[in-house]
Design a protein around this ligand. Structure first.
Ligand code: AMP
Length: 125
């Protein structure tokens, strides 16, 4: 069920729990601003999620409230994860579902990195 991305941040969401170490994840990368881990239900041969460490519901929330250093750190972490996982030369897809029409299910900002095969059309028509 997609979330309402206008709601305040809920500390009990699954990615907040991963950040607190309460539930495990298959970590790919971590720094001061970001954590990256494998999606539990991969939709492509490579499917990595990258999340900011701060409490942001969505891309909208982060772009409005995030500090410049957090935004720069998050964007650089995404680029590094893509490079380190060999995604740049063959190409990949970067996606941030946001709110109801975006189909966002977890109310902590995350971007999906998909790769490892040709990914086909961007959206089903
Ligand atoms: P979204 O629809 O953009 O909110 O995507 C949420 C993603 O989180 C889905 O691709 C899920 O498979 C993934 N997911 C949910 N729980 C976990 C978890 N515990 N560890 C890793 N990925 C998860």
């Amino acid at each position: 069920m997609p979330i309402d991305a206008t709601l305040p941040y809920d500390d009990s969401n699954i990615f907040a729990r991963i950040l607190r170490g309460e539930i495990p994840s298959k970590k790919v990368y971590e720094d001061e601003f970001a954590l990256a881990f494998h999606d539990i239900s991969p939709a492509a041969p490579i499917h990595i999620l990258v999340i900011p460490k701060g409490p942001y519901v969505s891309w909208d929330d982060f772009s409005a409230r995030g500090a410049d250093a957090e935004i720069a750190g998050f964007v650089r972490a995404i680029g590094k994860v893509a490079r380190d996982n060999g995604l740049v030369a063959p190409g990949y897809r970067l996606l941030a579902n946001t709110g109801g029409h975006g189909g966002q299910e977890v109310p902590h900002l995350h971007v999906h990195l998909f790769g490892g095969r040709a990914l086909g059309p961007m959206l089903a028509r």
